[in-house]
Each structure stands twice: as structure tokens, then as C-alpha cells.
Design a protein around this ligand. Structure first.
Ligand code: AMP
Ligand code: MG
Length: 398
């Protein structure tokens, strides 16, 4: 039972909830992983380039390399004629020097030969016998990629704390790193609760619901680079919950869904009150208000509400940033429709981005599961605020 005067904070702000959870998590160590396993992990140290890119000044397209000054008068009516003295291809440079009136056939990524300073694309050339070409336009210095134009050897290009997106994995490879330092993975135990919650694939009796949270949360945890200790599902009984929580022993944090609200069968809060401790209960947000933070024998426990929309939103704006150390990314966008505010809660309304504006998704009930798939944004309305159509608003992409 909730005490008359609880000795833990209630109705904390979203930011307080995030900070209190982060404070209970262990500091992540560092691991060295092969680059092929870096996707989704967080870089633990700055990464400097081991080489310059491009490693030499090279051609950006297929054509000929020439001296720009030789080609200035080239025009369709009066083409310039150049003698072909060799070839430079990617990985096999031309060894000589391009002299006046000369050129070298060159291909994308091939080093620009000595003497040449411009490229004429193959589309603007015509052959004039085996050893000569005719140019209908002046060669362009802009079709050259300069040595180190992308990055220079020794330059810090990736920073500690950046998540490894696919483009950053590619960039780390280009910098010359076969292995990279990443933050250690947090081990997160995951438990669904609820007598009515059933494994998908089994028959569903009236009043029951398939366990969508377990799958959604597991996918989100994996996306955050966490190691998931899947505890499955526990019914609504203090004994069953106690057993399930005990199984989370080796984890860094336990994430539960359901059973944190005001109902008679919501046992999580009272269990933590009696047998562990409660750090806060309830967050000033909608959806997701009843979220709970506590501890059990030194194991931090974060209780997400059972409503699938609430659990997703709480995960996105509180749990994910605490687990990854990355702030919630927001965009500032024009609201195409109004979004209402709540006097003492931060609202995260589901929205749809269309043509650079965000529209109200419509059905904002926290049980409207399909909204998780059909909406692609959360519109953030601060406590006491309201957004009129045409105003700018913060948006979290889903
Ligand atoms: P609770 O937070 O336990 O009161 O649950 C709130 C609502 O979310 C109820 O309608 C539950 O049936 C539903 N719910 C709880 N857990 C899950 C789950 N794992 N998957 C889908 N729905 C759930
Ligand atoms: Mg329940």
C-alpha cells in the first residue's frame, strides 16, 4: 500500500526521471570490437585518420587528364586536339609527366598525373585516330579531388560518444581502423507482467492480449546496443514477480512492463516498497505517467507502464537516453494542426510528418497499438503549453 506520506518523490519531471535512472546505471567500460561488429555501438574514444583521403589528388570521373591552359579555347565548332601519351587508372598511376598538347586517359579514383591539372569527361571527347582526342569544351579543374580533401592523416574525424551508424562504420574503415573502441554493453533484463498477457501464436481467450511489449522493448534495447536477458512473462502475483526479479540477478538493470499503475493487481510498486526500494513513482508525462524507478538488492528496476504506447514513449524519452548516454534528438518543425497542452504534464502526441510539417495522428489513446506503426513522430508539448497550427514545435522521430 502506498504510504500516506511516501519518502520517495512522486510526479517527477521527464528530465528528473531520466537523470535518476542514469544515476543508478553502472558506468560503461570500454571494449575493442572488430569494425564489422560496431554498428549500433557507441564510440568510446576519438578516432583519428591513419591516412589522408584521397591519398593522392585524383580524378572524380572517367575522361582525360590534361593541362587546363591547353584546353581553354575548346568549343564544339573548334575542338582542341590532344595527343594521348598514356593511362592512369585507380591503383595504377601514370608514371610520366603530361606535357603541352598532351593528355592521359584517366578513370574515376585514378591519381592525376604530374603536369596535368584538369579533367575532361569522356562524354565531351571524341576519338581522332588511335592516339588523339578532340575536346569540345575546356577541361575542368573542378573534376579533381584534392589529396586530403575529405580528411587528412592525423585529423580527428569521429568523436567519443557518437553512435556507430552505418555511414560512421564506413567512415571508420576509410580512416584505416579495423578495430574500434566502443562503450561496453549494458545487460538489461526484460520482463512482461500481466495475467492477461499471452505469448503470440498461442490461442487467445476473451480478455487476453498478446505480449507486444516484450518484442517491442527487446527490439528497442537491441537497437540501443544492449545485451538483453529475456525473462519472458510473469503473472500478476507478488510471488511470481519476486521469482522473476530474482532471475535478473546478473543484469545491470531490470526493465518490466505492466503492473505499475493504481489497480488492485498492480503489484510492482508495493513489492519494491516492501522488499526493495522506490526511487520515484509517476512521471509528469502523457502517455506513460505511472512509470516507476526502484531497486532490488542493488539491482535498479525500471517499471514501464503496460499500455504499449506508454511503454514505447517512456522508453524513447527516458530509458533510451539513460541507457545510451545520448540526448533525445528533436527536430523543430511547423505544426500543421493544433496540439493540446496539459497543465501539469509534458505531452508526447503521436504525429505524422508530411511535406515538412507535422500533423496530429488523431487517436491518442495509449492502447491504440497501430498508431505505433502508422505515426512516425512524437510531438513534444511542454507542461502547460499548447501548440497552434502554424507554430513551430519540437518533434522526436519514431
Ligand atoms: P497495466 O499497466 O498492467 O495496468 O496494463 C495496462 C494495459 O496494457 C492493459 O490493457 C494491459 O492488458 C496492457 N498490457 C500490459 N502488458 C502488456 C504487454 N506486455 N503487451 C501488450 N499489452 C500489455
Ligand atoms: Mg497489468
Amino acid at each position: 500500500m502506498l504510504p500516506n506520506r511516501p519518502d520517495f518523490p512522486m510526479h517527477v519531471s521527464v528530465e528528473q526521471a531520466r537523470e535518476m535512472l542514469a544515476a543508478l546505471l553502472p558506468a560503461p567500460g570500454t571494449e575493442i570490437v572488430p569494425l564489422g561488429q560496431a554498428r549500433g555501438r557507441t564510440l568510446a574514444a576519438d578516432l583519428a585518420a591513419r591516412v589522408s583521403h584521397p591519398s593522392a589528388t585524383e580524378s572524380a570521373l572517367d575522361g582525360i587528364a590534361a593541362r587546363a591552359a591547353d584546353t581553354l579555347t575548346a568549343a564544339a565548332a573548334a575542338p582542341v586536339r590532344l595527343r594521348v601519351v598514356g593511362e592512369s587508372r585507380a591503383g595504377v598511376p601514370f608514371g610520366g609527366t603530361v606535357g603541352p598538347g598532351e593528355c592521359v586517359r584517366i578513370y574515376t579514383g585514378a591519381p592525376l598525373p604530374r603536369g596535368a591539372d584538369a579533367i575532361c569527361p569522356v562524354e565531351q571527347l571524341s576519338e581522332d585516330g588511335p592516339d588523339h582526342v578532340l575536346l569540345a569544351r575546356p577541361a575542368s579543374p573542378g573534376d579533381v579531388r584534392h589529396e586530403g580533401g575529405d580528411f587528412r592523416s592525423g585529423e580527428v574525424v569521429l568523436r567519443a560518444g557518437q553512435p556507430f551508424t552505418p555511414p560512421r562504420v564506413a567512415l571508420a574503415a576509410a580512416l584505416g581502423h579495423a578495430e574500434v573502441p566502443v562503450r561496453g554493453r549494458l545487460r538489461v533484463a526484460l520482463l512482461s507482467t500481466g495475467d492477461e498477457v499471452v505469448e503470440p501464436g498461442l490461442p487467445l481467450r476473451p480478455g487476453q492480449v498478446y505480449d507486444s511489449n516484450r518484442f517491442g522493448l527487446q527490439a528497442m534495447l537491441e537497437e540501443c546496443g544492449c545485451e538483453v536477458l529475456a525473462l519472458g512473462h510473469a503473472p500478476d502475483s507478488p510471488e511470481a514477480l519476486t521469482g522473476a526479479i530474482a532471475a535478473a540477478g546478473g543484469a545491470d538493470v531490470l526493465l518490466t512492463s505492466g503492473g505499475v499503475s493504481m489497480g488492485k493487481y498492480d503489484f510492482m510498486r508495493d513489492l519494491l516498497l516492501e522488499r526493495g526500494k522506490v526511487a520515484f513513482w509517476k512521471v509528469r508525462m502523457r502517455p506513460g505517467g505511472p512509470a516507476l524507478l526502484g531497486g532490488w538488492n542493488g539491482l535498479p528496476v525500471f517499471g514501464l507502464p503496460g499500455n504499449p504506447v506508454s511503454s514505447l514513449v517512456v522508453f524513447q524519452v527516458i530509458v533510451r537516453p539513460a541507457l545510451t548516454g545520448q540526448p533525445v534528438q528533436t527536430l523543430r518543425l511547423r505544426a500543421a494542426t493544433p496540439f493540446r497542452g496539459l497543465p501539469d504534464k509534458m505531452a508526447f502526441w503521436r504525429g505524422i510528418l508530411r511535406e515538412g510539417q507535422v500533423h496530429d495522428y488523431g487517436k491518442q489513446g495509449s492502447g491504440v497499438l497501430r498508431s505505433l506503426s502508422e505515426a512516425n513522430a512524437l510531438v513534444v508539448v511542454p507542461e502547460g503549453g499548447a501548440v497552434r497550427a502554424g507554430e513551430d514545435v519540437d518533434v522526436v522521430l519514431l
